[in-house]
Design a protein. Structure first.
Ligand SMILES: [Zn+2]
Length: 461
């Protein structure tokens, strides 16, 4: 069903709407439409959000005018590909020049309902302003997407991530509430909380879990130390964002075997919330692009021209129904391959079959090679002899970069033989040599949110 208000912008949802639990789709018409029908839905929303931003945001108006464009000039998705792209650095610079929300705040400040933000690890933190109706649409979008991986009102969802400016936890919570499942907003980050998480999960038997992959594995370790098999929690679905692990084949297998639940990879960028716009369905064939919520293009990062299905490039996101600070053609800098091959779920959204292959923020350049920590993780988690945590150390003791990996041993073994096998596999995967050192299980620091697995000791400048 296409909602009656589809023609209006932004969409007004019926807050009481929910499909029967045995129906696989939240909105079968939107989720299974042909590519042409979908293009027309997307174009209509693009025209509305561009008109909205042009009127209210000098940030966009000046860029578009400089390119000789007005919103009325965009009459097709091809036309849209000529609209200037923006980068995270542009948002940071604009907020510095026009504090605190930048010249792209499109609502009256009195309408701000939530303030969230980036962690600021790469410079000045960026603030996100959500209006009340933005929040409602985030909830609606996330509920619809969670439905696709099997979450239902009868589920209880343990949210094991930090409630702070980090939008992951809030986005998950909003969707869980809208879907009608029982929210169990446990949180994370306080000393002693992981042990409490184990005892609460053992007691309450939630059927679903949200957090980061590394924190889920930390909960598993803590449970085992208490003599509890993580499968005893009875989890059915685990969904993740904030780290690439859930889309890394070896880590996905490890999580599914450890907990006996399906492992769902989700999440684009905090700026793009509803960040579940790229999320796997229950079939786990890669991340679907929910194009009528956030329109995703795949561009060649060198030319910024659109790429055909089958190609690898950088995702560029356009929010189609956010009023507060709409993101229009925000370049992620990440790397993904895309396909429009059918998925057994019947949804006609294109997919990133291998998820986000590399997060640009995580990429290391070592001896001229682009190295993604996720590639190293995929190798290490494929060896059952190794533990969960690892650390990547890049240094430059003389003229050349050196790459070293510290990995935990899960159990005693022939270390020399194992080292050779792991190093050979790393060389195959990365194209360069990496030294490996083994440390005892538990020797590497654990995290409650995103693991910091890279230590770059090279001199700067
Ligand atoms: Zn699917």
């Amino acid at each position: 069903m296409i909602h009656a208000a589809e023609a209006a912008w932004p969409l007004a949802y019926d807050p009481a709407y929910r499909p029967p639990s045995d129906v696989p789709y939240w909105d079968v018409a939107l989720e299974t439409m042909s590519e042409d029908e979908r293009a027309s839905v997307i174009l209509g929303k693009i025209q509305r959000v561009m008109a909205w931003a042009y009127e209210r945001a000098p940030f966009y108006r000046t860029r578009w005018q400089a390119a000789g464009l007005e919103p009325g000039d965009v009459r097709s998705l091809d036309d849209f590909s000529r609209v200037p792209t923006i980068a995270k650095a542009d948002l940071r610079a604009d907020q510095a020049a026009h504090p605190p929300f930048g010249s792209y705040l499109c609502i009256d400040p009195s309408e701000i309902f939530h303030i969230h933000g980036t962690s600021g690890t790469s410079g000045r933190p960026t603030a996100f302003a959500w209006s009340r109706d933005d929040y409602d649409r985030i909830a609606e979008s996330h509920a619809r997407i969670m439905w696709s991986f099997g979450l239902r009102p009868s589920d209880t969802v343990f949210v094991g991530s930090i409630f702070s400016l980090y939008v992951g936890s809030w986005g998950a919570l909003a969707g869980i509430e809208r879907l009608g499942a029982a929210a169990f907003p446990f949180g994370a980050g306080v000393p002693g909380m992981t042990l409490q998480a184990v005892s609460w999960m053992q007691q309450m038997k939630p059927t679903a879990f949200y957090g980061t992959p590394s924190y889920a594995m930390r909960i598993a370790e803590t449970a085992r130390a208490e003599g509890i098999d993580p499968r005893d929690f009875g989890l059915r679905i685990m969904f993740f964002s904030g780290e690439p692990g859930a889309g890394i084949p070896a880590t996905k297998r490890l999580i599914e075997e450890t907990f006996g639940a399906i492992c769902i990879d989700s999440g684009s960028m905090g700026e793009v919330t509803p960040w579940m716009n790229i999320t796997e369905c229950e079939h786990r064939t890669g991340m679907h692009l929910w194009q009528d919520i956030v329109y995703t293009e795949l561009l060649d990062p060198a030319t910024m021209r659109p790429l055909p299905y089958g190609a690898t490039g950088t995702p560029v996101y356009t929010q189609l129904m956010r009023r507060g600070q709409p993101m229009i053609r925000l370049v992620s800098g990440d790397q993904a391959e895309w396909t429009n091959d059918p998925c057994p779920c019947g949804r006609t959204y294109p997919r990133f079959p291998r998820g986000i292959i590399g997060r640009i923020d995580d990429m290391l350049v070592v001896r001229g090679e682009n190295i993604y920590p996720s590639a190293i993780e995929d190798v290490l988690h494929g060896f059952p002899e190794l533990g969960i945590e690892f650390e990547i150390v890049v240094s430059r003791p003389k003229a050349l970069d050196e790459l070293a990996v510290r990995a935990e041993l899960a159990a005693p073994c022939d270390e020399g033989e194992l080292r050779e096998r792991v190093m050979a596999q790393l060389k195959r995967q990365l194209g360069i040599r990496a030294e490996i050192a083994f440390v005892p299980a538990g020797a590497i620091a654990r995290t409650d949110l995103k693991s910091r697995r890279v230590r770059d000791e090279r001199p700067t400048g």
